[in-house]
Ligand binder design. Structure first.
Ligand code: TYM
Length: 345
């Protein structure tokens, strides 16, 4: 079957709703990325048809070393699998391997207002950080992100809370397009976990944990070994009242309670009860151990997969074909709606 025929896609979707999400291959993935997004993805694979993308095209909005970007992109794709995403059930691929992202991105640029883009807080933050390279791609980043999501007619987009504004603009663009051309796009809903939606920095708990933080003690990286994880938690900034209580006015402890709860599957009340007679030293050690236990199997699997080049290459090839197939289906529909000439077969 030719890719652009788009026959039978509905059947292949198996009547399931679809999910799209992605991560940037810049910096080293943190516990925030894992608990806020990746961990939730793994739980959705049976219920939905899922597309998980390594968004390398987004990464070049900031200058990258080419060899380093390629290496990080491969590592991220491998990490998706190591984290438990089954590549038979989930479509795991590189954004740059599916040209429909860029093609739909262009069309959607023409349906997005500069006033909307001017309001994006991430653009303001990144422009301040990269003042010597405020390029148009950084500005239209949310449009490419909308294209990512809408290309797969995504019903649900699991992300951390920092992506909420980008999800809102994607919905606005889709609604605008549909109001002109009829029901072309599914309007996506964000899926933001109740806990873990915003894991905070260990050194400044008022700031989110971020791949780009210059202080390595602020973040747990997914490849940190056990000793490093424990050391970083021991150094985590907290208040001094020595009570393990979940409260807005104790941001450091609140963050550690959330992390411990997510790592062990315990509720906030259970965590508070467990440590009612403990001090911060014991609690921090327990959090460190729980997180190290969570990361060790992921790291082992990652090492195994890195050695199995042929297996990962096979996934990259077959899943890009699958993603292209679905992407082309939406793209052809959109191209027709806006008035591009039909292809001659
Ligand atoms: P990125 O690469 O910055 O982050 C990937 C995912 O991790 C979540 N996240 C966090 N969650 C909780 N606590 C934190 N401290 C934390 N830090 C990051 C993010 O919310 C995200 O879900 N623009 C996106 C990538 C993207 C995308 C998309 C996402 C491109 N196209 C389409 C969804 C749908 C980004 O830069 O994520």
């Amino acid at each position: 079957m030719r890719l652009d025929e788009g026959i039978g896609c509905e059947l292949m979707l198996d009547g399931k709703k679809s999910i799209f999400s992605g991560m940037q291959a810049t910096g080293t993935l943190t516990l925030g990325n894992y608990l806020g997004a990746l961990k939730n993805w793994v739980e959705l694979e049976d219920e939905y048809q899922c597309f998980y993308c390594v968004v390398d095209m987004h990464s070049i909005t900031v200058r990258q070393d080419p060899a380093e970007l390629r290496k990080r992109a491969r590592a991220l794709l491998t990490l998706y699998i190591a984290a438990g995403l089954n590549p038979e059930k989930n479509c795991i691929y590189y954004q740059s391997h599916v040209s429909g992202h860029a093609e739909l991105g262009w069309i959607l640029n023409c349906f997005t207002y500069m006033g909307e883009l001017n309001r994006m807080t991430q653009f303001k933050d990144k422009s301040a950080k990269h003042a010597d390279n405020i390029n148009a791609g950084l500005y239209t980043y949310p449009v490419l992100m909308a294209a990512d999501i809408l290309l797969f007619q995504s019903d649900v987009v699991p992300v951390g809370s920092d992506q909420k504004q980008h999800l809102e603009i994607a919905r606005d663009i889709a609604t605008r397009f549909n109001s002109i051309y009829g029901d072309v796009f599914t309007i996506p809903e964000p899926y933001i976990g109740k806990q873990g939606a915003r894991i905070m920095s260990l050194q400044d708990p008022d700031k989110k944990m971020s791949k780009s933080d210059e202080n390595p003690n602020a973040s747990i990286y997914l490849m940190d070994d056990k000793d490093t994880v424990i050391r970083k938690f021991k150094r985590a900034v907290t208040d001094s009242d020595n009570q393990i209580r979940y409260s807005e006015d104790k941001p450091g402890i609140k963050n550690l309670i959330e992390i411990y709860g997510l790592a062990t599957g315990k509720s906030v009340a259970e965590v508070e009860a467990e440590f009612i007679n403990s001090g911060y030293g014991d609690f921090k050690l327990a959090v460190g151990e729980a997180v190290a236990d969570l990361l060790t199997p992921l790291q082992t699997r990652f090492d195994e997969l890195q050695k199995d080049k042929a297996y990962v290459d096979g996934i990259i090839k077959s899943n890009a074909e699958k993603a292209n197939y679905y992407a082309t289906k939406t793209l052809r529909k959109v191209q027709k709606k806006v008035g591009f000439p039909e292809r001659i077969r």
